[in-house]
Design a protein around this ligand. Sequence first.
Ligand code: NAP
Length: 253
Amino acid sequence: MNIAVITGASSGLGREFCLQLDALFHRMDEIWLIARREERLTELAAAMRNKTRIFVLDVTNEKQMDGFVKTLEEEKPVVRMLVNCAGFGLMGDFADLEYKEQIGMLEVNCKALTRMTYECIPYMRKNSRIIQLASSAAFLPQPCFAVYAATKSYVLSFSRALSEELRKRQIYVTAVCPGPVETEFFDIAERYGKTLAVKKLTIVQPERVVRDALTDSRKRKPVSVCSVWIKLFYVCTSLIPHTVILKMMRFLK
Ligand SMILES: NC(=O)c1ccc[n+]([C@@H]2O[C@H](COP(=O)([O-])OP(=O)(O)OC[C@H]3O[C@@H](n4cnc5c(N)ncnc54)[C@H](OP(=O)(O)O)[C@@H]3O)[C@@H](O)[C@H]2O)c1
Protein backbone atom coordinates (compact mmCIF):
# COMPACT_ATOMS: atom_id res chain seq x y z
CA MET A 1 0.00 0.00 0.00
CA ASN A 2 1.42 3.38 -1.08
CA ILE A 3 0.61 6.25 1.25
CA ALA A 4 1.32 9.94 1.86
CA VAL A 5 1.41 11.22 5.46
CA ILE A 6 0.59 14.88 6.13
CA THR A 7 0.68 16.50 9.58
CA GLY A 8 -1.01 19.83 10.28
CA ALA A 9 -3.65 18.80 7.72
CA SER A 10 -6.51 20.66 9.41
CA SER A 11 -5.43 24.14 8.38
CA GLY A 12 -3.24 26.47 6.29
CA LEU A 13 -0.26 24.96 4.52
CA GLY A 14 -0.94 21.36 5.61
CA ARG A 15 -4.48 21.52 4.25
CA GLU A 16 -3.21 23.04 1.02
CA PHE A 17 -0.60 20.25 0.64
CA CYS A 18 -3.44 17.73 1.00
CA LEU A 19 -5.51 19.39 -1.72
CA GLN A 20 -2.63 19.84 -4.19
CA LEU A 21 -1.27 16.32 -3.62
CA ASP A 22 -4.79 14.93 -3.98
CA ALA A 23 -4.98 16.53 -7.43
CA LEU A 24 -1.49 15.23 -8.37
CA PHE A 25 -1.65 11.65 -7.11
CA HIS A 26 -3.03 8.93 -9.33
CA ARG A 27 -1.50 5.84 -7.78
CA MET A 28 -1.63 6.65 -4.07
CA ASP A 29 -3.65 4.08 -2.13
CA GLU A 30 -4.29 6.35 0.85
CA ILE A 31 -3.49 9.85 2.11
CA TRP A 32 -3.14 9.91 5.90
CA LEU A 33 -4.32 13.17 7.45
CA ILE A 34 -3.06 14.14 10.93
CA ALA A 35 -4.16 16.94 13.30
CA ARG A 36 -6.15 17.44 16.52
CA ARG A 37 -9.33 19.00 15.08
CA GLU A 38 -11.43 16.07 13.84
CA GLU A 39 -14.24 18.08 12.17
CA ARG A 40 -11.72 19.94 10.03
CA LEU A 41 -10.12 16.67 8.90
CA THR A 42 -13.49 15.06 8.14
CA GLU A 43 -14.50 18.08 6.07
CA LEU A 44 -11.20 18.00 4.18
CA ALA A 45 -11.36 14.25 3.56
CA ALA A 46 -14.84 14.69 2.05
CA ALA A 47 -13.43 17.19 -0.45
CA MET A 48 -10.61 14.87 -1.58
CA ARG A 49 -10.86 12.27 -4.34
CA ASN A 50 -8.10 9.91 -3.09
CA LYS A 51 -8.90 7.52 -0.25
CA THR A 52 -7.97 9.13 3.07
CA ARG A 53 -7.44 7.98 6.63
CA ILE A 54 -7.89 10.38 9.53
CA PHE A 55 -5.64 10.33 12.61
CA VAL A 56 -6.95 12.68 15.29
CA LEU A 57 -3.85 13.09 17.38
CA ASP A 58 -1.65 15.55 19.19
CA VAL A 59 1.83 15.03 17.75
CA THR A 60 3.37 15.93 21.12
CA ASN A 61 1.44 13.18 22.94
CA GLU A 62 3.80 10.20 23.14
CA LYS A 63 0.97 7.69 23.73
CA GLN A 64 -1.02 8.91 20.75
CA MET A 65 2.13 8.83 18.64
CA ASP A 66 2.81 5.26 19.83
CA GLY A 67 -0.66 4.36 18.47
CA PHE A 68 0.26 5.87 15.09
CA VAL A 69 3.55 3.94 15.04
CA LYS A 70 1.64 0.73 15.84
CA THR A 71 -0.57 1.31 12.78
CA LEU A 72 2.58 1.66 10.66
CA GLU A 73 3.99 -1.56 12.13
CA GLU A 74 0.76 -3.47 11.52
CA GLU A 75 0.03 -2.25 8.01
CA LYS A 76 3.62 -1.90 6.73
CA PRO A 77 2.73 0.68 4.07
CA VAL A 78 5.23 2.28 1.69
CA VAL A 79 5.45 5.92 2.74
CA ARG A 80 5.90 7.65 -0.60
CA MET A 81 5.67 11.11 0.89
CA LEU A 82 5.83 12.66 4.36
CA VAL A 83 4.88 16.32 4.82
CA ASN A 84 5.52 17.70 8.31
CA CYS A 85 3.40 20.85 8.62
CA ALA A 86 2.24 20.75 12.26
CA GLY A 87 3.74 23.76 13.98
CA PHE A 88 3.09 27.08 15.65
CA GLY A 89 4.85 30.28 16.67
CA LEU A 90 4.43 32.88 19.41
CA MET A 91 5.67 36.45 19.10
CA GLY A 92 6.74 38.58 22.04
CA ASP A 93 9.72 39.01 24.34
CA PHE A 94 11.09 35.71 25.60
CA ALA A 95 11.08 36.88 29.23
CA ASP A 96 7.41 37.95 29.05
CA LEU A 97 5.89 34.86 27.46
CA GLU A 98 4.73 31.79 29.40
CA TYR A 99 7.56 29.25 29.71
CA LYS A 100 5.24 26.29 29.05
CA GLU A 101 3.89 27.79 25.85
CA GLN A 102 7.41 28.45 24.59
CA ILE A 103 8.51 24.90 25.33
CA GLY A 104 5.40 23.86 23.40
CA MET A 105 7.04 25.29 20.26
CA LEU A 106 10.05 23.03 20.81
CA GLU A 107 7.75 20.06 21.39
CA VAL A 108 5.71 20.50 18.20
CA ASN A 109 8.14 22.17 15.78
CA CYS A 110 11.25 20.13 16.68
CA LYS A 111 10.60 17.06 18.80
CA ALA A 112 7.39 15.86 17.13
CA LEU A 113 8.72 16.59 13.63
CA THR A 114 11.86 14.60 14.44
CA ARG A 115 9.89 11.64 15.78
CA MET A 116 7.45 11.57 12.86
CA THR A 117 10.39 11.64 10.43
CA TYR A 118 12.21 8.89 12.35
CA GLU A 119 9.15 6.62 12.46
CA CYS A 120 8.33 7.03 8.76
CA ILE A 121 11.83 6.53 7.28
CA PRO A 122 11.85 2.71 7.73
CA TYR A 123 8.75 2.58 5.50
CA MET A 124 10.26 4.72 2.74
CA ARG A 125 11.65 3.38 -0.54
CA LYS A 126 13.65 4.69 -3.49
CA ASN A 127 12.15 8.06 -4.63
CA SER A 128 10.16 8.61 -1.44
CA ARG A 129 10.17 12.26 -0.40
CA ILE A 130 10.08 14.24 2.83
CA ILE A 131 8.91 17.86 3.02
CA GLN A 132 9.63 19.70 6.29
CA LEU A 133 8.06 23.06 7.08
CA ALA A 134 10.86 25.32 8.28
CA SER A 135 10.53 29.09 7.74
CA SER A 136 12.48 32.16 6.63
CA ALA A 137 12.73 32.73 10.41
CA ALA A 138 15.36 29.95 10.25
CA PHE A 139 17.81 32.20 8.40
CA LEU A 140 18.84 34.37 11.35
CA PRO A 141 18.02 34.99 15.04
CA GLN A 142 14.73 36.90 15.43
CA PRO A 143 14.23 39.14 18.48
CA CYS A 144 10.58 38.92 19.70
CA PHE A 145 10.29 35.58 17.90
CA ALA A 146 13.34 34.05 19.55
CA VAL A 147 12.21 30.51 20.36
CA TYR A 148 10.19 30.10 17.16
CA ALA A 149 13.12 31.21 14.96
CA ALA A 150 15.43 28.86 16.87
CA THR A 151 13.05 25.92 16.32
CA LYS A 152 12.96 26.66 12.61
CA SER A 153 16.78 26.88 12.45
CA TYR A 154 16.72 23.39 13.93
CA VAL A 155 14.29 22.17 11.26
CA LEU A 156 16.38 23.68 8.45
CA SER A 157 19.69 22.31 9.78
CA PHE A 158 18.21 18.88 10.55
CA SER A 159 16.55 18.63 7.14
CA ARG A 160 19.66 19.65 5.18
CA ALA A 161 21.76 17.07 7.02
CA LEU A 162 19.08 14.41 6.51
CA SER A 163 18.92 15.28 2.82
CA GLU A 164 22.61 14.38 2.52
CA GLU A 165 22.26 11.19 4.59
CA LEU A 166 19.24 9.87 2.70
CA ARG A 167 20.40 10.83 -0.81
CA LYS A 168 22.34 7.56 -1.08
CA ARG A 169 19.06 5.69 -0.45
CA GLN A 170 17.42 7.92 -3.07
CA ILE A 171 15.06 9.43 -0.52
CA TYR A 172 14.82 13.20 -0.99
CA VAL A 173 14.30 15.82 1.72
CA THR A 174 13.21 19.43 1.16
CA ALA A 175 13.04 22.10 3.86
CA VAL A 176 10.42 24.71 2.96
CA CYS A 177 11.27 28.23 4.13
CA PRO A 178 8.43 30.67 3.42
CA GLY A 179 8.14 34.20 4.71
CA PRO A 180 4.70 35.23 6.02
CA VAL A 181 1.84 33.16 4.57
CA GLU A 182 -1.87 34.02 4.81
CA THR A 183 -3.04 31.26 7.22
CA GLU A 184 -4.41 30.91 10.75
CA PHE A 185 -0.78 30.85 11.94
CA PHE A 186 -0.98 34.55 12.86
CA ASP A 187 -4.14 34.09 15.00
CA ILE A 188 -1.88 32.23 17.45
CA ALA A 189 1.44 33.98 16.70
CA GLU A 190 0.10 37.49 17.32
CA ARG A 191 -1.69 36.65 20.57
CA TYR A 192 0.95 38.50 22.62
CA GLY A 193 3.03 40.43 20.07
CA LYS A 194 2.82 42.04 16.64
CA THR A 195 4.66 41.06 13.44
CA LEU A 196 7.01 43.53 11.75
CA ALA A 197 5.18 45.93 9.41
CA VAL A 198 7.10 44.41 6.47
CA LYS A 199 4.83 41.34 6.78
CA LYS A 200 2.17 43.19 4.74
CA LEU A 201 4.66 43.67 1.88
CA THR A 202 5.86 40.09 1.74
CA ILE A 203 2.81 37.99 2.65
CA VAL A 204 1.87 35.27 0.12
CA GLN A 205 -0.98 32.81 -0.30
CA PRO A 206 -0.56 29.17 0.80
CA GLU A 207 -1.37 27.93 -2.74
CA ARG A 208 1.83 29.50 -4.07
CA VAL A 209 4.08 28.25 -1.24
CA VAL A 210 2.82 24.69 -1.66
CA ARG A 211 3.05 24.77 -5.47
CA ASP A 212 6.68 25.94 -5.29
CA ALA A 213 7.49 23.45 -2.50
CA LEU A 214 6.14 20.52 -4.52
CA THR A 215 8.08 21.64 -7.61
CA ASP A 216 11.30 21.99 -5.59
CA SER A 217 10.71 18.63 -3.91
CA ARG A 218 10.22 17.00 -7.33
CA LYS A 219 13.51 18.60 -8.43
CA ARG A 220 15.08 17.10 -5.25
CA LYS A 221 16.13 20.53 -3.95
CA PRO A 222 17.16 20.49 -0.26
CA VAL A 223 15.70 23.97 0.36
CA SER A 224 12.60 25.67 -1.07
CA VAL A 225 12.29 29.45 -0.76
CA CYS A 226 9.16 31.09 -2.14
CA SER A 227 8.91 34.68 -3.50
CA VAL A 228 11.51 37.21 -4.62
CA TRP A 229 11.52 39.09 -1.29
CA ILE A 230 12.28 36.00 0.75
CA LYS A 231 14.90 34.77 -1.76
CA LEU A 232 16.57 38.19 -1.42
CA PHE A 233 16.38 37.92 2.37
CA TYR A 234 17.97 34.44 2.17
CA VAL A 235 20.88 35.77 0.09
CA CYS A 236 21.34 38.77 2.45
CA THR A 237 21.43 36.54 5.53
CA SER A 238 24.08 34.39 3.82
CA LEU A 239 26.28 37.35 2.81
CA ILE A 240 25.83 40.06 5.47
CA PRO A 241 26.97 39.50 9.09
CA HIS A 242 23.91 38.80 11.25
CA THR A 243 24.95 41.49 13.78
CA VAL A 244 24.54 44.10 11.01
CA ILE A 245 21.11 42.77 9.94
CA LEU A 246 19.93 42.62 13.56
CA LYS A 247 20.93 46.28 14.06
CA MET A 248 19.00 47.24 10.91
CA MET A 249 15.96 45.28 12.09
CA ARG A 250 15.79 47.46 15.24
CA PHE A 251 14.60 50.32 12.99
CA LEU A 252 11.94 48.27 11.20
CA LYS A 253 9.71 47.92 14.29
N1 NAP B 1 1.92 30.99 8.04
C1 NAP B 1 3.14 31.43 8.01
O1 NAP B 1 3.38 32.65 7.89
C2 NAP B 1 4.31 30.47 8.07
C3 NAP B 1 5.55 30.92 7.61
C4 NAP B 1 6.62 30.07 7.66
C5 NAP B 1 6.49 28.79 8.15
N2 NAP B 1 5.26 28.37 8.62
C6 NAP B 1 5.18 27.02 9.17
O2 NAP B 1 4.28 26.26 8.39
C7 NAP B 1 3.68 25.24 9.20
C8 NAP B 1 2.16 25.29 9.00
O3 NAP B 1 1.70 26.54 9.48
P1 NAP B 1 0.37 27.22 8.91
O4 NAP B 1 0.74 28.56 8.44
O5 NAP B 1 -0.32 26.31 8.01
O6 NAP B 1 -0.40 27.41 10.29
P2 NAP B 1 -1.87 26.92 10.75
O7 NAP B 1 -2.85 27.26 9.71
O8 NAP B 1 -2.04 27.48 12.11
O9 NAP B 1 -1.72 25.32 10.82
C9 NAP B 1 -0.98 24.69 11.82
C10 NAP B 1 -1.34 23.21 11.80
O10 NAP B 1 -0.55 22.54 12.80
C11 NAP B 1 -1.41 21.66 13.51
N3 NAP B 1 -0.89 21.46 14.87
C12 NAP B 1 -0.42 22.40 15.72
N4 NAP B 1 -0.09 21.84 16.90
C13 NAP B 1 -0.34 20.51 16.78
C14 NAP B 1 -0.23 19.41 17.65
N5 NAP B 1 0.24 19.54 18.91
N6 NAP B 1 -0.58 18.17 17.20
C15 NAP B 1 -1.07 18.00 15.96
N7 NAP B 1 -1.20 19.02 15.08
C16 NAP B 1 -0.85 20.26 15.49
C17 NAP B 1 -2.77 22.36 13.52
O11 NAP B 1 -3.81 21.40 13.65
P3 NAP B 1 -4.79 21.25 14.93
O12 NAP B 1 -4.85 22.57 15.62
O13 NAP B 1 -6.07 20.79 14.34
O14 NAP B 1 -4.13 20.18 15.74
C18 NAP B 1 -2.81 22.93 12.10
O15 NAP B 1 -3.29 21.96 11.20
C19 NAP B 1 4.14 25.51 10.63
O16 NAP B 1 5.21 24.65 10.93
C20 NAP B 1 4.63 26.94 10.59
O17 NAP B 1 5.63 27.18 11.54
C21 NAP B 1 4.17 29.18 8.57
